[in-house]
Ligand binder design. Structure first.
Ligand SMILES: [Zn+2]
Length: 462
């Protein structure tokens, strides 16, 4: 047995001793008797074995890591060759079909299900009477449609006619009914074009009547198309308007009744045109360029180091560096603290904020450094995916946040987060808006990730 084999044995033994292998083979004993150096090592190993528990992976850890890997996001840039609006160039979560094929979900169209019923009674909220007629009941989560407004509905298969329908009844936020001339019963899936203004859109009114809209995704509208606008604040009045001009894929203009000039966010836009379902073209895919901004120096968002770009053969730390103060006085050599100062700690916090708290407009759980992780331009960056935790079970004030901090403590700190740090983090997250919307749940998870990544327990892991 060689000395290297001796040390190797002990490494494995310490890693795996929790599995019940506590018998030290005779040849290890023989080597220790003959070799003074290894005998000395063995004494340290024995102390470690008696005093220190190996880090155990939390239950389900491997499964979660593999699942996260399968949710891998890539940045796709689309170029349409079919004359239809291309999907936005942005970060997408991939579903892998084969080594040369994957699918993503196109944004900008919400989907649900419908049931078409012949000769049924519906309380028509538009006319105020009970109609006995042919009705399509539509179930789309958080559809945003109001009674009396038109919507474009696209039905998948089953013979129901696609087109513009008027909402005649809506009993809750997730269902509404429209009338139809079709007198047969059927059901299936359906789609509705709609842009939620709160996801990054807004409008500006100039000269009292000229409204210019910005949509978070390419809207696909052309001059002359109909569009129903549910304004966040009135005037202007909610209503059906005709698109006047389309300056670019994410802007369009309409003329509204005389209103005050100014800008607002948060309108809902319902294009009254078929959604762009059949389209084709070219793509370029970036699997991530690992762009994480200024890592060396130069501004307040810096880590003061870039991987594989150390200034000397000693890496970023001089081996004899002593941090001034108590550590130095105690005679300790602390090269790892050469990069740590009041300034670099604040810089690091700002740097991480850039990657975690950016991308304020999306609620898909993805965020990234710089532009190009979720934005429509730029390059692929390291993407953070917090969607699995954006649930009430992880973000509610009662119990949820505690579960969240525990779960992320396992993932990020190997369970080493101190009780007081946990309390601080939970209290801060509790001070944020209640987890009643996807955006609020996202903000709570992001806050917890940010605070854990800035905690001493994360920065200095043992
Ligand atoms: Zn030896």
């Amino acid at each position: 047995m060689t000395c290297a084999e001796f040390v190797d044995y002990w490494n494995h033994h310490l890693d795996e001793r929790s599995r019940g292998d506590s018998t030290v083979p005779a040849e290890i004993h023989r080597h220790a008797e003959l070799c003074e150096v290894c005998r000395s090592h063995a004494r340290v190993f024995r102390v470690m074995e008696l005093s220190w528990s190996p880090p155990m992976m939390p239950a389900g850890f491997v499964d979660r890591v593999l699942a996260a890997h399968e949710r891998q996001a890539v940045v796709i840039s689309f170029t349409d060759t079919s004359g239809v609006t291309a999907p936005p160039s942005q970060s997408y979560t991939v579903a892998v079909q084969s080594p040369t094929r994957f699918t993503v979900t196109a944004p900008g169209v919400i989907n649900g299900t419908y049931t078409q019923v012949a000769n049924t009674s519906v309380s028509n909220a538009v006319t105020g009477i009970i109609d006995t007629t042919n009705v399509i009941f539509v179930s789309i989560s958080a559809h945003g449609a109001k009674v009396g407004q038109p919507v474009y509905l696209r039905f998948v298969n089953n013979g129901t006619t696609d087109g513009v329908y008027t909402v005649v009844s809506s009993t809750n936020a997730n269902t509404f009914a429209v009338k139809t001339d079709n007198s047969f019963g059927t059901n299936g899936s359906c789609l509705m074009p709609r842009f939620l203004g709160t996801s990054g859109g807004g409008f500006t009114i100039s000269r009292g009547t000229n409204a210019t809209f910005t949509t978070p995704l390419p809207h696909g509208l052309n001059p002359g198309d109909g569009v129903y606008v549910n304004f966040s604040t009135s005037p202007p009045a909610d209503g059906q308007y005709q698109v006047l001009t389309v300056p670019n894929p994410t802007n369009f203009t309409i003329v509204v009744p005389n209103s005050g000039n100014g800008s607002q966010n948060g309108q809902n836009i319902f294009p009254l045109i078929p959604p762009p379902l059949l389209r084709s073209g070219n793509i370029s895919v970036q699997y991530g360029t690992f762009s994480i901004g200024a890592t060396d120096n130069g501004n307040s968002f810096s880590l003061a180091q870039t991987p594989l770009n150390a200034p000397t053969v000693f890496n970023f730390f001089f081996p004899d560096y002593k941090y001034p103060g108590a550590l130095s006085t105690a005679g300790l050599t602390t090269p790892e603290f050469q990069l740590t100062s009041d300034t670099t700690v604040a810089d690091q916090m700002n740097f991480l904020q850039g990657g975690i708290l950016g991308n304020a407009n999306n609620t898909n759980g993805l965020s990234s450094f710089g532009t190009g992780g979720n934005n429509s331009t730029g390059s692929g960056t390291i993407v953070l995916d917090i969607l699995p935790w954006m649930t009430p079970a992880y973000t509610s004030t009662t119990g949820g946040l505690s579960s969240l901090v525990d779960a992320l403590n396992s993932l990020m700190c190997g369970g080493q987060l101190s009780a007081s740090a946990k309390t601080y983090i939970i209290n801060y997250a509790n001070s944020l808006p209640a987890a009643t919307t996807v955006g609020a749940m996202r903000d709570r998870v992001r806050a917890v990730v940010h605070l854990i990544s800035n905690s001493p327990d994360y920065t200095v892991q043992r």
